[in-house]
Design a protein around this ligand. Structure first.
Ligand code: SIN
Length: 529
């Protein structure tokens, strides 16, 4: 065991986790620990480009418009109350971050510059370093956490939740010296991010292996919306993995999408699911493996997007002259551990925030630049709830699909309240020994998921995806971090395939070639337990 029990153990060090840690340690003087499998600044947050969507200036923008755009992108599965919290509290949290020292880009008059991205009716995205927003957000938060008394456990891999008498009381973790120890805490907040590494073509860093979601599934904690994986339409189509992202803000500035004949085929400012689907269909029709982003008409590219200009130069591309090859890449896990509006999960003592969670703000497809915002709003909300002595989940947000669900008649309860349908996951097949090289097993799983559970899926391909996840599980016995990561990916992959097979319709980021329309009876959350 490591030290005395903490008040709050945060798993993960992205925007949700570090916002919560600062809030807990500074504002509420809690004894906080942050446990991360890499180093503190190493998180998916660092990779975020475009920015943070928040209504910081009024007219003509308003939080009502931000809410309406978020609901429209979410294709009928957002929880309107959760989105209301997101858009209303967002501006306060962005301003707090500025007070902490985050430097967002400003114009000559000192006003925050605002960009527009797909799905937003107006320019409302604040950004830093052009399109290096995640780097700046992470820098500010890492420095803020380091200035607190929070205990930092780096290179410590959380293996499983510790559950005693029906309550989460910490985790069992693998430490860099090879020892396995308990870290005890009165409350555990999971902020470990998504599972983009389930796919061979992804914008997510190597660490995005769905560890928190897999831990929750193993502990019987409710998880939902896993079938909704957002594919970003403009990942640079070169061999590098993760794929370099060409921010959505480029299209907001006027960059155009063209097929290999030079023709435009989609409104570039539609939400990401629409654009990724249009690209995939056009690539299939023309037998291509990419389309092109034409940014030749953009002024001051190097000045506005310096990090992207550098990445393009490294790939031998000049955005002033070359059309840039792009294709969809797995980018964001819209679902995750089900929470109420304050981050409480179905397991008392366990909280979740950020990409790992399913609070109801994203529904079937996340609106661009709402993810950093979600982390900075819902991380601190969990801390506030802990401070207020909340001990379990309320029937609010996505949790309404669990606590308010009628197992015999899963349905949409009303326009505002989304019901749930429970899916049970069969026990995984036995693990064969000796295990295979985890890197090879991971690569096989990733290829299968991209091919069979990617932008377009059907019942047959999803069966293959489920078999691939079972096979990865079977071949991943072993005690290294690499083995644990493959098992976590396989666990999430099994649940994703199960949910995607059950959702016999197309909605948001989930497109079934065999069920191309949305089915009103399926306007419910699929909850895996
Ligand atoms: C982007 O800049 O296009 C990505 C930002 C996001 O994922 O919202």
């Amino acid at each position: 065991m490591t030290g005395d029990a903490l008040d709050l153990l945060v798993l993960g060090s992205g925007v949700a986790g570090l916002s919560a840690a600062v809030h807990g340690a500074d504002t509420h003087r809690m004894r906080v620990g942050v446990l991360t499998k890499g180093e503190l600044p190493q998180s998916t947050t660092r990779w975020a480009q475009g920015g943070v969507a928040a209504v910081l200036h009024g007219d003509p923008d308003s939080t009502d418009l931000h809410l309406a755009d978020t609901l429209a992108a979410g294709a009928g599965l957002c929880d309107a109350d959760a989105v209301r919290v997101l858009v209303d509290e967002g501006p306060l949290r962005v301003n707090e971050l500025i007070t902490l020292g985050a430097m967002f880009d400003r114009d000559a008059k000192g006003e925050l510059e605002l960009a527009r991205e797909g799905g937003h009716t107006l320019a409302r995205i604040v950004h830093a370093g052009g399109s290096a927003t995640g780097v700046e957000v992470e820098r500010a938060l890492v420095e803020a956490v380091q200035a607190t008394m929070a205990a930092i456990y780096e290179h410590a891999f959380a293996l499983d939740l510790l559950v005693e008498a029906g309550r989460c009381v910490g985790v069992v973790a693998l430490f860099p010296d090879g020892s396995t120890r308990e870290v005890r805490a009165t409350n555990v907040l999971v902020t470990t991010g998504g599972a983009g590494q389930l796919f061979a073509v992804t914008t997510n860093p190597l660490e995005a292996t769905g560890d928190g979601i897999a831990m929750a599934l193993r502990a019987g904690v409710a998880v939902a919306d896993l079938e909704f994986v957002q594919f970003h339409p403009t990942a640079l189509s070169i061999e590098a993995m993760p794929r370099p992202l060409l921010t959505e803000a480029l299209r907001g500035h006027g960059a155009l999408l063209r097929d290999s004949k030079g023709e435009r085929f989609v409104d570039e400012l539609q939400p990401r699911d629409v654009v990724s689907r249009a690209e995939t269909r056009r690539m299939h029709e023309l037998g291509d493996d990419h389309v092109f982003l034409d940014a030749t008409g953009l002024d001051h590219f190097d000045r506005r997007f310096p990090n992207i200009a550098a990445a393009l130069a490294g790939a031998g591309l000049d955005p002033a002259k070359d059309w840039l090859p792009v294709a969809p890449a797995a980018h964001y896990t819209c679902g995750g551990i089900v929470t109420d509006l304050r981050g409480a999960t179905t397991l008392p003592g366990l909280w979740a925030a950020g990409e790992v969670s399913c609070s109801g703000v994203h529904g079937a497809n996340r609106l661009a630049s709402n993810s950093l915002l979600e982390g900075m709003v819902f991380g601190p909300r969990a801390v506030e709830a802990i401070e207020a002595g909340v001990s379990g989940p309320a029937t609010t947000g996505a949790m309404r699909a669990v606590l308010g669900a009628d197992a015999d008649e899963p349905r949409r309860v009303s326009d505002d309240v989304i019901g749930g349908r429970f899916l049970t996951l069969e026990a995984p097949p036995p693990q064969a020994g000796p295990s295979r090289d985890p890197a090879s097993v991971r690569a096989e799983l990733q290829r299968a998921m991209t091919h069979d559970a990617g932008v377009l899926r059907d019942a047959g391909t999803l069966r293959l995806a489920a078999q691939a996840a079972d096979a990865a599980w079977t071949s991943s016995a072993g005690s290294t971090v690499a083995h644990h990561e493959v098992r976590n990916l396989a666990t999430v992959g099994r649940a994703l395939a199960r949910a995607a097979s059950t959702r016999a319709e197309s909605r948001g980021a989930h497109t079934r070639a065999d069920f191309p329309a949305a089915d009103p009876d399926l306007a419910v959350r699929l909850v895996v337990v």
